[in-house]
Design a protein around this ligand. Structure first.
Ligand code: GLN
Length: 496
C-alpha cells in the first residue's frame, strides 16, 4: 500500500486504517531519515505534532472531523507560528518566536491539520534555488546534486520526498510554481488577495501571495478550500465568496479555450521541456479543449520590471529589521547608528543586501521616475496584455521554467542568470493572476512542469484543468527513487 496523495491519506484516516498519531509518527520518521540528505526543514516540531494528532484522533472518533482533520502538514518558515520559531531562513530572525499565528496557519489548524515543522526556503523568499538560506541549501530528492528551486524549495522537496502530503508556500515571482516544477509536484499560486497574508513575512507586498504545494490538483483544491477567504486583518485580502473547489474539479474540458503563449516558446527554452509541454497540450486537446496561439507582446519585459518593483518594495519592508524591535542585534553597539548598521550587516545575507541596495537606489530621489515609475507603467501594459488575452481564451498555457533543475552552485555567481529562471512565472505576479504548475514529464531524469495561468479568481477552472490532465497521466504520482517508495504508515516501521 502506498499512501500518496493528501486525498488518499485523508481517506485512510476517515476509514480508520491508521490514526493521525500513527500517520504523524510515520512522517516524522521519514523526516528524520531525510533531513541529513535534503535539509528540507528548518525546525521539526515532533512533540506538538503528536499532541495535535491526538486531538485530531479524538475528532475523528467523535464524528466532528473535517476533510483535513489529522492530516500532517509542513509550513514554509515565512509564516508566523505562535511559540515556534519563524526564521524566514535568515540569521536576522534565527531566534524569532512569533507571539501569534499567521491567518493561514490558524485556518489550517482549525481545519485539523497537524504541523510537523517549518520548511527551509531562500532567505526572506529571495531566490530561485534555495541556496540563499542561512540554514544551508535544500537538495532536490530527484538528485541531491541539483537544486529544488526556490524560494519554496523546502516545501517542494518535502512533498516530492513525501515528508508530508502537503506544504504551504509563497509566490512573489514564481516561488511556488518554479520549485514545484523542479521537484515534480503540484503548486498553486492563487489570485492576489485570495488567501490572507496576515502573519506572512512581507517581501514585495504588491506581488506576494500564499499558496500550497501538494501531490495532486485534487489535494490542492482541498487545501485551498480551507485557506482561502476574506481576512479583515489583511487589507489586501479580497471579500469574494470562496467557491467549492472540489465540486468544480469535475468540470468537463470540452470547449475549454486554451491559449498558448507565443512569448514562452522562444529562445532559451530547453527543447526537451518544450516537447513535454506540447504533449501535455495535446492531452487537453484530446479531452476536448481548443487551442489558439496568443501573444502578450509586453511579457518579455516582466523580468526587468519585477527586478525594479520587488527590490523597491523589499527595501521598504525590510527596513523594520533594525536590531531594535526584533531580530538579530549586534554585540556592544557604540551608538544607535552602529546598532542599526552592524545588526543589519550581520543579520542579512548577500542576496538580501543586494536587493535592499537595488531597491533603495531605484526609489531614491532623482531615480524614482526613471526606474520605479517606469516599471509601474510597464506593469500596467503587462496587465493590459493579460486582460486582452483573457477576452479570447479561458486560460493560458506554457512551460513553468526554461530548464530543469540545475546543479547546486552552478548559478550562484551570476545573479542575472539566476533571475532569468523566473522568466515564465513573474508575469502572473505582476498581474495578480492565479497560476499553477503541474508535472508533465521528465527531461534527463528530472521533472518538467507545465504552467496554467487564469483570469483573477479562476482557481476553480485551473484546478479542474489540472485535475482532468492528472486523471489521464501519472507524472504527478511518480516519486524519486529511494525517498518515497511504498509507504505504509500503519506498518511497524512507520508506527515505531
Ligand atoms: N526568484 C524570485 C526572486 O528571487 C521569486 C521569489 C519568490 O517568488 N519569492 O525574487
Amino acid at each position: 500500500m502506498a499512501e500518496k496523495t493528501l486525498a488518499e491519506v485523508a481517506a485512510g484516516l476517515k476509514a480508520r486504517k491508521y490514526s493521525s498519531v500513527e500517520l504523524t509518527r510515520a512522517y516524522l520518521a521519514r523526516i528524520e531519515q531525510a533531513q541529513p540528505a535534503l535539509n528540507a526543514l528548518v525546525t521539526v516540531t515532533a512533540e506538538s505534532a503528536l499532541a495535535a494528532a491526538a486531538v485530531a484522533d479524538q475528532r475523528l472518533a467523535d464524528g466532528t472531523a473535517g476533510p483535513l482533520t489529522g492530516v500532517p502538514i509542513i509550513h514554509k518558515d515565512i509564516f508566523c507560528t505562535a511559540g515556534v520559531r519563524t526564521t524566514c531562513a535568515s540569521r536576522m530572525l534565527s531566534n524569532f518566536i512569533s507571539p501569534y499565528d499567521a491567518t493561514l496557519v490558524t485556518r489550517l489548524k482549525e481545519a485539523g491539520t497537524v504541523m510537523l515543522g517549518k520548511a527551509n526556503m531562500d532567505e526572506f523568499a529571495m531566490g530561485s534555488s534555495n541556496e540563499t538560506s542561512y540554514f544551508g541549501p535544500v537538495h532536490n530528492p530527484w538528485d541531491p546534486k541539483v537544486v529544488p528551486g526556490g524560494s519554496s524549495g523546502g516545501s517542494a522537496a518535502a512533498v516530492a520526498a513525501r515528508l508530508a502530503p502537503l506544504a504551504t508556500a509563497t509566490d512573489t515571482g514564481g516561488s511556488i510554481r518554479q520549485p514545484a516544477a523542479l521537484c515534480g509536484v503540484t503548486g498553486i499560486k492563487p489570485t492576489y488577495g485570495r488567501v490572507s497574508r496576515y502573519g506572512m513575512i512581507a517581501f514585495a507586498s504588491s506581488l506576494d501571495q500564499a499558496g500550497v504545494i501538494t501531490v495532486s490538483a485534487e489535494d490542492a483544491a482541498m487545501t485551498l478550500q480551507a485557506m482561502a477567504g476574506f481576512d479583515p486583518r489583511d487589507s489586501t485580502s479580497v471579500d469574494v465568496p470562496v467557491p467549492d473547489y472540489t465540486a468544480e474539479l469535475g468540470t468537463p474540458m470540452r470547449g475549454l479555450r486554451i491559449g498558448i503563449l507565443t512569448e514562452f516558446f522562444g529562445e532559451g527554452l530547453d527543447p526537451a521541456i518544450e516537447k513535454s509541454v506540447r504533449e501535455a497540450l495535446a492531452a487537453w486537446q484530446r479531452l476536448g479543449a481548443t487551442v489558439k496561439e496568443v501573444s502578450l507582446p509586453n511579457l518579455p519585459l516582466s523580468v526587468p520590471t519585477y527586478y525594479v518593483v520587488a527590490p523597491a518594495e523589499c527595501s521598504s519592508n525590510l527596513a523594520r529589521f533594525d536590531g531594535v524591535r526584533f531580530g538579530h542585534r549586534c554585540e556592544n553597539p557604540k551608538d544607535l547608528m552602529d546598532l542599526y548598521k552592524r545588526s543589519r550587516a550581520e543579520g542579512f545575507g548577500a542576496e538580501v543586501k543586494r536587493r535592499i541596495m537595488t531597491g533603495t537606489y531605484v526609489l531614491s530621489a532623482g531615480y524614482y521616475d526613471a526606474y520605479y515609475l517606469k516599471a509601474q507603467r510597464v506593469r500596467a501594459l503587462i496587465n493590459e496584455d493579460f486582460r486582452r488575452a483573457f477576452g479570447e481564451v479561458d486560460l493560458l498555457l506554457g512551460p513553468t521554467t526554461p530548464t530543469v533543475a540545475f546543479g547546486i552552485g552552478d548559478k550562484t555567481s551570476d545573479p542575472i542568470t539566476m533571475y532569468l529562471n523566473d522568466i515564465y512565472t513573474i508575469g502572473a505576479n505582476l498581474a495578480g493572476l492565479p497560476a499553477m504548475s503541474i508535472p508533465c514529464g521528465f527531461a534527463a531524469g528530472l521533472p518538467v512542469g507545465v504552467q496554467l495561468i487564469g483570469p483573477h479568481f479562476s482557481e476553480g477552472r485551473l484546478l479542474a484543468a489540472a485535475h482532468a490532465y492528472q486523471r489521464e497521466t501519472d507524472f504527478h504520482l511518480r516519486t524519486p527513487a529511494g525517498w518515497a517508495a511504498d509507504f505504509n504508515p500503519a506498518s511497524k516501521a512507520g508506527a515505531k
